[in-house]
Structures are given as C-alpha cells and as structure tokens.
Ligand binder design. Structure first.
Ligand code: PLP
Length: 377
C-alpha cells in the first residue's frame, strides 16, 4: 500500500496498542516515550495536546487530564501526601475550594485560605508541613490580578511550591512558569479548547521530575483524557492566539460601554484604568486583559437580573466560560453556590453580580445586544 501522510494527526481511538512479540514489548519499557501500550498510560492525541500546551507555557513537561478539576487534583498530589498542608488564595474557583475543603481534607491534606491582601506575606500562614500555594492568575469572577513574580518570590522564600491556575489568562496573556511558578494547570475546557465542546485539563511543570510525578498520578488514578477529546482540544488550540486577540478587543469595548451606562453600577475588568491592578495586568499580560468581565446592575433585584438575561437576544445564560460565543453567568447561583452566605458576602459575590464571558463575534453586534437588553431593565 502507498504511504499515506495525513496533514493532521488522526484520532487514535483505541484503548490499547499491539506488539509484534516480546522483543517489541521490551522496546516499550526501554523507551516508553517512543511507543504506546495502553491509552490510560498515554495516547498520541493526549500527548500531542500536552506537548503543544507545554510549548506555549514554556514547561519541562505536561500531561493532559480528563478535566480542569482532575488537573488540580494531580497538581496537589504531585507535591502532597496525607499529613501535609496547602495554602490557597481566598479568591479561587468554587470547585477548587470544594476539592480542597471537602475532599482532600478527608484524606489528611489540610488547607488554609489566604486573603488577597496578605498574599505576598505568607509567614503567618505557612506551617512546617505546608507544601504549596494555589492561586489563579486572574480570579473568578472579580478579575483580581495576582502579581505572580512577587508571589513566586514569596513562595520561594517560604520554601513552598507555587501552583497557578492560568485558565482565565491563557499562556497568550501570561506565562506563570517564566515568572517563577513551579506548576501551571488549566481547565482546557475553557480558552485552550475554546469551542465549549470539550471537558479537559492539563498540568505543566517547570522541572521534569515534577512532570514525571504528575504523569504517574494521572496514570495511576486514571485521570487521563480520551483520544477524541484530546484531538478536539488540540484542534481548538491551533487558533488560541487569534481567538484571544478578539476576546480581548471585544471585552475592552464592552467594559468601556458598561462603565458609562446609566443602568450599570460597577464593572470589573483589568483593562479599565480604574481597575485596582490595571498597571500590573498591563505589564504581566503584555497589554492584553482577557475576555472575562463582571458587572453589577444599578438595581440588583432578582427580577431585574432576570429581565436583563431574558432580554438578551444573542447571549445565552450558560454557566461556563471562554467559548467562541459570548455567554452570561451568575456566580452566586453557579460557580460560587457551594460557599456559605458569609463567604459569598466577603468575596463580593452578590445577587446583582453578572459575569460575562466575551466571545469572538463582531464587536458591534455584542454591544448592540447588551445595550438593547440594558434599556429593558
Ligand atoms: C478557574 C477554573 N479552574 C478550574 C476549573 C475546573 O475546570 P473543569 O470544569 O474543566 O473541571 C474551572 C471551571 O469552571 C475554572 O473556572
């Protein structure tokens, strides 16, 4: 048969690979990176995805996982065992704090939360058994931007690892490993795959020892990503840079419009001059501020929030983010639902808070839809 050279990687939709004989099997054990045996241990599609993200993040190795949550689990287990302690920035995705507080504590890994105003002075939080700090480059949903270089200096000083969830920024905007982080995770479900049709995660490490350990955890806990999801995510990744540019352009235009609108009380977007970390975001993000923003209506009664959502013609209410089409969400009732009322209040997650995941549509179309909906509240 003539040699066939596909331009794109085919989908290796198989759970297992075959061997000629025992000699062939030995080759796998001698050079596992050259061959495949069983898809849970490794598959060309998940390896392609991991390698592409590894290049973008500038890591020493990466592993694809079945979700962002399994990436966070892999990250924690790379450094911790029963009896250890982790620190977590207080402003964090609700699922991450649920994993730490409700599940990993049951397995003997304790957690303490660090308020954002003490993030760069960790002395009073670090214990002899503290192994790492988990923080997000840009927090969800109020877009607080963390100074990763400063944070990395502090975690190094304290002798603990810095684990960064870079989901909201993507490596197009910020590369945490270059700023001193030890490990980066993504919910690939979001910008990296980009089309709201994949659930996936990735762990990227600064050194190869941590990479080997995270791969071992993925394999042993069975946290692998399927070949098809890997293929879809790798396909989405090819347009990441282009998409991020348009996400940022649209979000900036919308944030500026909302900031001036008489029915809007407050807007949270790092690209606005009044954002508390605007200058830092500008430097750390190379002039790009991302596609996520949050805002509060002047009248934040539940009926008003509902009326606004119902009046939108093109923007659906969907409790996820970072797809090519714009969607709206309500953090109090979705991502931060599991927190108690005092925690929600403390973080500023109130009823009137609306989060917008700005897509890559024509800017004017999005502005028009939002304006007409605001006129109806
Ligand atoms: C910042 C952040 N990290 C992690 C996750 C978890 O990712 P996944 O839903 O892919 O498991 C999410 C999900 O929304 C997220 O927003």
């Amino acid at each position: 048969m003539a040699q066939i050279h596909p331009k794109t990687t085919p989908i290796y939709q198989t759970s297992v690979f075959t061997f000629e004989d025992l000699n062939d099997l030995e080759l796998y054990f001698e050079q596992p990176e050259q061959k495949y045996m069983y898809t849970r241990y490794g598959n060309p599609n998940s390896d392609e995805l991991a390698e592409e993200v590894n290049k973008l993040e500038g890591g020493a190795g990466a592993v694809a996982t079945s979700s962002g949550m399994s990436a966070i689990l892999t990250a924690v287990l790379t450094y911790c065992q029963s009896g250890d302690h982790v620190l977590c920035a207080e402003e964090i995705y609700g699922g991450s704090s649920a994993l730490l507080s409700q599940e990993l504590t049951r397995m003997g890994i304790a957690v303490s939360y660090v308020p954002s105003d003490t993030l760069y002075t960790l002395q009073e939080f670090v214990q002899p058994n503290t192994k790492l700090l988990l923080a997000e480059t840009m927090s969800n949903p109020l877009l607080q931007v963390v100074d990763l270089k400063r944070l990395a200096e502090e975690t190094k000083r304290m002798g603990i690892k810095l684990v960064v969830d870079n989901t909201f920024a993507s490596p197009v905007i910020t590369r945490p490993l270059a700023l001193g982080a030890d490990l980066v995770i993504h919910s690939v479900t979001k910008y990296l795959s980009g089309h709201s049709d994949v659930t996936a995660g990735v762990v990227v490490t600064k050194n190869s020892e941590d990479s080997n350990r995270s791969k071992q955890i993925m394999r042993t806990y069975g946290l692998n990503l399927s070949p098809f999801e890997s293929w879809l995510a790798a396909r989405g990744l090819k347009t990441l840079k282009l998409r991020m540019r348009q996400h940022c352009t649209n979000a900036q235009a919308i944030a500026e419009m909302l900031e001036q609108h008489p029915h809007v009380k407050k807007v949270w977007y790092p690209g606005l001059a009044q954002h508390p970390q605007h200058q830092l975001a500008k430097e750390q993000g190379q002039g790009m501020f991302g596609g996520m923003l949050s805002f509060k209506l002047k009248d934040d009664a539940p009926e008003t929030v509902n009326a606004f959502m119902q009046a939108l013609q093109q923007i659906p209410f969907a409790p996820s983010l970072a797809g090519v089409s714009t969607s709206i969400s309500h953090p109090l009732r979705t991502s931060h639902r599991s927190l108690n009322p005092a925690q929600q209040q403390k973080l500023g997650i109130t009823l009137g808070l609306i989060r917008l995941s700005v897509g890559i549509e024509e800017t004017e179309e999005l502005l028009a839809d939002l304006k007409q909906a605001l006129e109806k509240v």
